[in-house]
Design a protein around this ligand. Structure first.
Ligand code: ADP
Length: 230
């Protein structure tokens, strides 16, 4: 039996309607529990690649398989199931500014019909996990950048995703907060979640020494273990 793969891209092309080629013959496989960096300069295709994993974009050509499901066969009503499997952390947070910390996490559980009693135990645990246990009443505008990003991580973990996509998660953070967030993502990986971490911060990549997929102009120019890249 071949070993199970969590993420498979087979010869994926993405051409946007204005003619921009954002992914060009991209192929790779990621095993369950792997930690993979996707690096490349701005415009290389990192965000486009991640959007394909949650079917926010569909390939022009090629095939994507997530947790053994072909995305081309996933119909619209089943998209929420896919998106529960995949947590997404954005650089610009996408928090609800009118809701407090607790609500920002609990809302994502309420929409999937979790009973309030369960929410009342899950959310404090998640906030504790990311070091925001004592800030559940705060509003996003009263949080530092690092705290906001940790709140985003707590929200992304609420559905216990198999895959965590982090798209430039430290792009807006100072050096100290960057390492707090990186350490947290590392820990989440050690607990078993597959991580795809998009960044153009070589310091992080050089420090963690994980597998690195290097994109340039939508093409993979190297894919190597141990923090190596061209
Ligand atoms: P990165 O995340 O590495 O900065 P992106 O995936 O955002 O790269 O972008 C890859 C290329 O696709 C860029 O040239 C970008 O301008 C283009 N692009 C991204 N989204 C769209 C879109 N919705 N329509 C047209 N072009 C796009």
């Amino acid at each position: 039996m071949p070993k199970k793969k969590m993420v498979v891209f087979k010869n994926v092309d993405k051409k946007y309607s204005d003619g921009t080629v954002a992914l060009d013959d991209v192929s790779f496989e990621i095993s369950p529990g792997e930690f993979v960096f996707v690096i490349g300069t701005s415009g290389a295709g990192k965000t486009t690649l991640m959007k394909h994993i949650v079917k926010e974009e569909v390939p022009t050509k090629g095939e994507i398989i997530i947790d053994e499901d072909k995305l081309s066969e996933i119909k619209r009503p089943d998209l929420p199931l896919l998106r529960r499997k995949v947590g997404f952390i954005y650089q610009d947070f996408k928090l609800l500014d009118s809701e407090n910390v607790f609500e920002n996490v609990s809302l994502s559980l309420r929409v999937i019909g979790k009973p309030e009693k369960e929410i009342d135990t899950i959310v404090p645990n998640l906030l504790h996990l990311v070091g925001l246990g004592d800030k559940s009443e705060r509003f996003p505008y009263n949080l530092s950048g690092g705290e906001k990003q940790r709140l985003v991580i707590a929200r992304a973990l609420a559905h216990e995703p198999k895959i965590l996509l982090a798209d430039e998660p430290t792009g807006n953070l100072d050096n100290a907060s960057t390492w707090v967030v990186v350490d947290l993502i590392k820990k989440i990986n050690e607990w078993g979640t597959t991580i795809i971490f998009g960044t153009h911060d070589n310091k992080i990549v050089d420090t963690l020494k994980k597998r690195v997929i290097h994109l340039e102009k939508g093409r993979i120019i190297s894919d190597a273990e141990g923090g190596k890249y061209e």
